[in-house]
Ligand binder design. Structure first.
Ligand code: DX5
Ligand code: ZN
Length: 209
């Protein structure tokens, strides 16, 4: 299992140090939650912050856009140093055109689905993308309860594609990981569990094992 710690749960006054810390403790990716106060009720940070943080780590940046018009911002996030850009199937854009925009920058393209969106909606795009992000909470906030019933979606996705990376996001911790490991999940995003852990290294290792 690979881990992508979410910077949403870190100490925002210490972002540079926080990213250095998780990079040295075994993070496989670094998850950046981008929220616009429109697609989701919360606002986080934008491309300038991503660009600044890039100087502190060589670990690939996994950028999760929870914004209404992802197509308008692909250029900015790609130029800021994103290695994967994931946007939502439910957002207000042309899906295939937006995937193409991402791929023009020679970076990985991901597509995400919210809890109320069935897996069958993402199946037609599996050959066009590198990664699927299955939300296991309602997007918008860290620290929510894991929605176990979302895990079945990973099986449906794997059935239709052997190659696409499957990532899950929300409510991952030392308990929920036991169930997650029974499903075809390649990458777990975890915010609260990692950054609020008494021993971050131990928490990372427990997910990765
Ligand atoms: C939710 C975000 C998640 C969130 C995960 O909208 O996409 O990445 O930060 O946080 P935890 O691990 O605290 O559930
Ligand atoms: Zn996320």
């Amino acid at each position: 299992m690979k881990i992508s710690p979410s910077m949403l749960a870190c100490d925002f006054s210490q972002m540079g140090n926080e990213i250095k810390k998780i990079s040295s403790l075994g993070a496989d990716y670094i998850h950046m939650d981008i929220m616009d106060g429109n697609f989701v009720p919360n606002i986080s940070f934008g491309p300038d912050v991503v660009k600044t943080l890039k100087k502190f780590s060589n670990v690939p940046f996994d950028v999760h856009l929870m914004i209404d018009r992802p197509d308008k911002y692909i250029k900015q996030f790609a130029e800021a140093g994103a290695n994967i850009i994931t946007f939502h199937l439910e957002s207000n854009c042309n899906i295939l055109e937006t995937i193409k925009l991402i791929k023009n920058y020679k970076i990985k393209a991901g597509l995400s689905i919210k809890p109320n969106t069935p897996a069958k909606k993402i199946i037609p795009y599996l050959n066009d993308i590198d990664l699927t992000l299955v939300m296991t909470v309602e997007p918008g906030f860290g620290g929510q309860k894991f929605m176990e019933n979302q895990l079945e979606k990973t099986k449906a996705i794997r059935k239709h594609s052997k190659n696409v990376l499957i990532e899950i996001d929300g409510g991952v911790n030392g308990e929920t990981i036991k169930k997650i490991k029974k499903y075809p999940v390649d990458i777990c995003v975890a915010g609260t569990y990692i950054f609020k852990a008494p021993d971050i290294k131990e928490a990372i290792n427990l997910i990765k094992l």
